[in-house]
Design a protein around this ligand. Structure first.
Ligand code: MRU
Length: 349
């Protein structure tokens, strides 16, 4: 059953079109991106966001550069550099751009064919992500008990991928099997991806949920009101240390403290096995203004000193399992992740 009815990025009339997530949940509006600068702006300002979705958007951005320049290789490489400079943590961005760069550097592809080939690659990246989401959903749903109450952080739904989602894909798959009693949605300050986006998605999918302030997660877990925690990931190091939205690490600590399994759902494109552990993952720092205010309303005295790291790293020892599209990795991740990374996703040739 398909419960989602949106797509984060589409190619229409020679331009990428995104569902503008900065306007959700109040307005469902679509934005046509006219040039690579607009694609970069959309990624940087989180109009399109979530690790896989920004990789997909960037791949369409590289195709756009080729169309606008008549297949100029250097223009495509420059576009890739610009797009790569938008957000440092999600490795999917660099993984997708690497695929675009490789095509731009392939002299076997004539200039007249380059744009079409890059577009084909972007469509392939999007389709592969969708297939991975659905496979993770099936594998993850099996891990959850019946009448499950799940707590999640940020948005790792279809809004963060193409249309189904990673962590929320697992929730959707479990719900379609009648296994989900309730989803606790951390609001996810400072930008409220949980309250705005996860709630929007669950509402549309008809899945029961309750939004809580981030500080309430401890009470949910201490009172035995959640049976599992599940989040997405922006980058998973070789030892299983996982970067995800700021506030994921405290949720994992709480889950461990209360004996609740903590699952991460992440496609193979989110693994970065070149990094030994999480200390090497670059953590994006965003404007302190995002902490000082919400929706134009100040939450602090004007100019109050503030700090805004956008991601934290959950140590592998707190993660019960990592769900990928080719299987579920268990500790020790240093052994299980490379094994899974060598597998070919089902359905691929
Ligand atoms: O800053 P964001 O909204 O892009 O952060 C997104 C997250 O942290 C998601 O949990 C992560 O990218 C996984 S998305 C499937």
């Amino acid at each position: 059953m398909r419960v989602e009815d949106f797509r984060t990025v589409t190619w229409r009339d020679g331009r990428p079109v995104i569902l503008d997530q900065s306007r959700l949940p109040h307005e469902e509006s679509y934005l046509v991106l006219e040039d690579v600068e607009q694609v970069a702006e959309a990624i940087g300002t989180l109009r399109v966001r979530g690790a896989p979705a920004i990789g997909i958007a960037a791949a369409y951005g590289a195709a756009l550069a080729a169309f606008l320049s008549g297949g100029d290789r250097q223009a495509v490489l420059d576009a890739c550099d610009l797009l790569a400079s938008t957000r440092p943590t999600a490795v999917n961005l660099f993984w997708a751009l690497q695929r675009s760069r490789a095509l731009a550097l392939d002299e076997g592809i004539g200039a007249e064919k380059l744009a079409a080939r890059l577009l084909q690659e972007a469509e392939a990246i999007a389709a592969e992500q969708d297939a991975a989401d659905r496979r993770m959903g099936e594998l993850g749903a099996e891990l959850l008990p019946s009448s499950c109450r799940i707590i999640t952080h940020c948005n790792a739904g279809g809004l963060a991928t193409l249309s189904f989602g990673t962590a929320l894909g697992v929730v959707k798959a479990a719900h379609s099997r009648g296994k989900v009693e309730l989803v606790w949605v951390d609001e996810t300050r400072p930008l409220l991806q949980g309250a705005r986006l996860t709630a929007w998605e669950l509402e549309r999918a008809g899945i029961p949920y309750k939004v809580i302030c981030d500080s309430m997660a401890a009470s949910v877990l201490a009172r035995g009101m959640a049976d599992a925690a599940i989040t997405g990931a922006d980058r998973v190091a070789a030892n299983g240390d996982t970067a995800n939205k700021i506030g994921t690490y405290p949720l994992a600590v709480l889950a461990a403290r209360h004996g609740v399994p903590f699952y991460v759902a992440a496609p193979l494109s989110t693994l970065d096995l070149t990094l030994e552990n999480g200390s090497a993952i670059p953590i994006e720092e965003r404007s302190p203004d995002e902490v000082r205010a919400w929706g134009g309303v100040a939450a602090t005295p004007p100019g109050a000193p503030a700090w805004n790291p956008a991601f934290d790293v959950t140590p592998a020892e707190l993660i019960t399992a990592i769900i990928t599209e080719v299987g579920v990795a268990r500790p020790p991740y240093g052994e299980s992740l490379p094994r899974l990374a060598g597998k070919v996703p089902q359905g691929s040739s």
